[in-house]
Design a protein around this ligand. Structure first.
Ligand code: ZN
Length: 311
């Protein structure tokens, strides 16, 4: 399996248009030892031919243009190598890129019934995906299940890869109506994915609420874990003055602290552990900071745009 981190920042990217925090200001001024980052987007390919996206970021158009693996090829059916999108949630940062994937293109979208309902019934704008001659095909993901994905049409063949879903806790985005929230299953709101192919496992958990510990079992068995590195501290976003919410209140376990991600990550996990979805306020982005050093010393890698992984 080939994995490509096409974007590695949290919502807003790095630097963020309306942010003058130490990181964003330092990056603009060229005084900070850090890399700019687009909003989190992961792509993987089970056969180095067809690619699947995990989430659909607001930066998706430019991200596709900058990734040679994802650009259209004349000899590919439908031209695009992108065969489908796995949606971890209905958050704006995870679905806005679907609007970049219109243009009368057929592909699969894999999402829980709750996320599908939110996109299809509460947001008429996503009907642009239905305009193609063969429209986008919505596939149902259970919030804790196992789905075999076949690239071959031949009957009886084993799935090319398997997608296991893990409900991550957390909540539906705040644009959801009261009526929707009364009917929807909260377990459908945010998923982690454990992809398996040829005995290798990739865990993707870009939104870790800390409400349940299901992800820890998967992290022990994964060869590569791509995990929520949004915030260093619980009060990080409050310090920007733009919100009064903590990291935990918006669905992200912070990295630091006695019960933060660094402390909770299973010590017996053997695979690569890579932080992504990093918010522009996070001090780990400054490569000269003690926080950056702390995560590296704890054995974590910090994702950057263009990082390629082979599994
Ligand atoms: Zn900032």
């Amino acid at each position: 399996m080939k994995i490509k981190i096409v974007g590695s920042a949290a919502g807003g990217g790095f630097p963020q248009w309306n942010c003058a925090c130490r990181n964003c200001s330092g990056l603009r001024a060229g005084t900070l030892h850090a890399k700019p980052r687009t909003q989190t987007q992961i792509a993987f390919s089970p056969d180095n031919r067809v690619w699947f996206l995990i989430g659909a970021s607001p930066d998706l158009r430019t991200q596709i243009l900058s990734a040679p693996e994802l650009v259209p090829k004349p000899d590919t059916p439908g031209h695009t190598p992108i065969g489908g999108v796995f949606l971890p949630s209905a958050d704006v940062d995870a679905v806005m890129g679907l609007l970049h994937l219109r243009e009368f293109q057929a592909y699969f979208v894999f999402a829980t019934p709750g996320v599908q309902c939110l996109l299809k019934t509460e947001n008429r704008i996503f009907r642009v995906l239905e305009r193609g001659d063969s429209p986008v095909q919505w596939q149902v993901l259970s919030n804790s299940g196992r789905l075999g994905c076949h690239l071959s049409e031949s009957p009886g063949e084993l799935p090319t890869f398997v997608c296991n879903t893990i409900s991550m806790g957390g909540s539906f985005p705040d644009y959801a109506s009261e009526e929707f929230l009364r009917a929807a299953a909260p377990e459908d709101a945010t998923l982690g994915f454990l992809f398996e192919q040829d005995g290798k496992k990739l865990l993707v958990a870009t939104s870790l609420s800390g409400d349940n510990s299901e992800w820890q079992k998967a992290a022990v068995s994964a060869d590569v874990t791509l995990i929520d590195g949004t915030f260093w501290a619980d009060d990080e976003l409050m310090r920007t003055g733009r919100t009064d919410k903590t990291a935990r209140e918006i669905g992200h376990l912070p990295l630091s602290g006695a019960d933060g991600l660094l402390a909770q990550f299973p010590a017996n996990a053997k695979g690569r552990k890579i932080l992504l979805h990093i918010n522009n306020t996070n001090p780990i982005l400054d490569e000269d900071s003690p926080e950056h050093r702390a995560v590296v010393e704890a054995g974590f890698e910090i994702a950057y745009d263009g990082l390629n992984i082979s599994l």
